[in-house]
Design a protein around this ligand. Structure first.
Ligand code: SAM
Length: 256
């Protein structure tokens, strides 16, 4: 899979592609990337890439001409092209999974007040926000988007890690523990040391549910919850344990 990132400061992304899991994925040829400096496509003497906004108002806007040429050089139109913007659709795991199916993704990073609408109308296929807040520029948002997508590309991360994490089944992930079993008087829930895989799976699902109800109840609004999940939810309600701190961190288990 190839990521082409268009930015006025592409050097911000260089370190991201050169470290850790991404570095390995690039070295193994699973991921390719290209960082394009939009300023290289501004042909006037001062390589000007911004201008005042028609109609007035504070701030500058990225000019269409350099963006148009830079995007054309990246293969647009004809390639999935994301503009990261706070006024886009909110990024979620399903969108990341959808984007991970592409062979190539072009990502446009905004600056200033953003980009001229005509570029969005003619070159951009997806406007995506990484959250309900405004960043000063698109490079960090682009890295968030790329990170959510590339790790889903086959082979980058083991499939098991991906199926057992938050959102993969519509719920938040259950709490996890490692050695030592007792740390500063805090005990790992007994069931996790029991070796009983069925009980462990049940505890995890119940803990996932408790956490989802506490932090992100809207995720449970979907109607296709499996029957077993509905039963556990009722159990939690009956126990008055709809708070991940009481239901989970006290180490209370289903066996008790
Ligand atoms: N005037 C824009 C608005 O109110 O929607 C904000 C522009 S922001 C200061 C500059 C750039 O940062 C944007 O063009 C976009 O590329 C990026 N950006 C800021 N917040 C973002 C977010 N939540 N998600 C994705 N990109 C964001």
């Amino acid at each position: 899979m190839k990521f082409t990132v268009l930015s006025l400061f592409p050097e911000i992304l260089e370190g991201y592609f050169s470290a850790s899991i991404m570095k390995r994925a690039v070295e193994k040829g699973m991921i390719q990337y290209s960082l394009v400096n939009i300023r290289d496509f501004a042909y006037d003497k001062h390589h000007k890439c911004d201008d005042e906004v028609f109609g007035g108002g504070a701030g500058m806007l990225m000019k269409p001409e350099p963006l148009d040429r830079a995007l054309a050089s990246a293969g647009s139109p004809g390639v999935r092209t994301v503009y990261v913007t706070p006024s886009g659709r909110l990024l979620n795991q399903a969108m990341a999974q959808d984007l991970a199916r592409e062979e190539q993704l072009v990502i446009l990073c905004g600056r200033y007040e953003g980009v001229d609408q005509r570029i969005i109308d003619t070159r951009v296929t997806d406007e995506i926000s990484i959250g309900d807040y405004v960043l000063s520029s698109g490079e960090v948002a682009a890295m968030v988007l790329i990170d959510a997508v590339y790790r889903l590309h086959p082979g980058v991360i083991s499939g098991e890690s991906l199926t057992e994490e938050s959102f993969s089944d519509g719920l938040l992930e259950y709490p996890q523990y490692t050695r030592p079993a007792v740390y500063a008087t805090m005990q790992v829930p007994d069931v996790l040391l029991s070796g009983n895989h069925a009980q462990i799976a049940r505890w995890r699902l119940k803990a996932s549910l408790a956490k989802t109800v506490a932090y992100r109840p809207e995720l449970l609004a979907r109607t296709d919850l499996p029957e077993a999940v509905g039963r556990l939810l009722k159990e939690l309600i009956d126990e008055g344990g709809l708070n991940e701190r009481t239901a989970v961190h006290t180490g209370r288990t289903d066996q008790e």
